[in-house]
Design a protein around this ligand. Structure first.
Ligand code: PEP
Length: 258
């Protein structure tokens, strides 16, 4: 029996306007099994919305323990990087957690393992908690190179990790993101167990046992319980199914009851 609390995070990607948030919040709160403050005593919960929704969401969910997460940030603190957002800018509005290396950033914005490593390093230097996303493509899995790929993504991301750093890993197989085809509980558990072994090799057994590893990829109310009941799955990063308040709440209810 591990002591890791479940962490349920929505990733809204480039969805939802600020004007959608009141309806979302109402449906979300109505569908939770108990008031949000009580839920947050049992599981960690949050959302990564667009940058423009971050402050609105902070106001909408003031409950202690709610995670308001940025979807990305530049590794430089300041500079001539038109269109980018820096970690100090996020800090200024109270954000302390960032998704780093999401597969869509890697795929559409050419974020290499090296860039991901620099972003993670910048997070550690500036007191941010990165949620580090890793995942293999279908081609890589078919070639039986999934573990090798995940291991090198993790090692590159954490190459400048000072002892005691706070971070979360999200395993998101690229073939499962937005496809409707989630990894089976067995596939996900096997990879999570492997990731924990890599983390143990890097930081020692006692650190690895305390780190949270989330699963992401086509999770929904119907499949979340089985995934969350696996011993090394400590929560979920939820894309499409987090856009509807009722659906996200039902998934969180499952996390409370597993
Ligand atoms: C994601 O983008 O992080 C994700 C897991 O998406 P989906 O749940 O829609 O597959």
């Amino acid at each position: 029996m591990n002591r890791r609390r479940k962490l349920m995070l929505g990733n809204w990607k480039m969805h939802h306007l600020r004007s959608d948030l009141v309806k979302f919040g109402t449906e979300f709160r109505q569908s939770l099994c108990s008031p949000l403050a009580s839920v947050l005593e049992q599981v960690d919960v949050g959302i990564a919305p667009s940058f423009l929704c971050l402050e609105t969401l902070t106001a909408q969910f003031p409950e202690h323990g709610w995670w308001n997460v940025a979807q990305n940030a530049h590794y430089a603190a300041t500079g001539a990087f038109t269109g980018e957002i820096s970690i100090p800018m996020l800090h200024e509005i109270g954000i302390t957690k960032i998704l780093v290396g999401h597969s869509e950033r890697r795929q559409y914005f050419a974020e290499s393992d090296q860039v991901v490593g620099k972003k993670v390093q910048a997070c550690f230097e500036r007191g941010m908690h990165p949620i580090i996303c890793v995942g293999e493509t279908l081609e890589i899995r078919k070639m039986e190179l999934a573990e090798k790929t995940i291991e090198s993504q993790i090692r590159a991301a954490l190459q400048h990790c000072p002892p005691g750093s706070s971070f979360t890993i999200a395993y998101e197989p690229v073939w499962a993101i937005g496809t409707g085809i989630a990894a089976t509980a067995r596939q996900a558990q096997d990879m999570h167990q492997f990731i924990r072994r890599v983390l143990a090799d890097l930081f020692g057994e006692s650190v690895a046992i305390a780190l949270r590893i989330l699963y992401g990829g086509s999770t929904k109310p119907e499949n979340i319980s089985e995934l969350l009941s696996q011993p090394d799955i400590d929560g979920a990063l939820i894309g499409g199914a987090s856009l509807d308040g009722g659906s996200l709440a039902r998934m969180i209810n499952s996390a409370v009851s597993v």
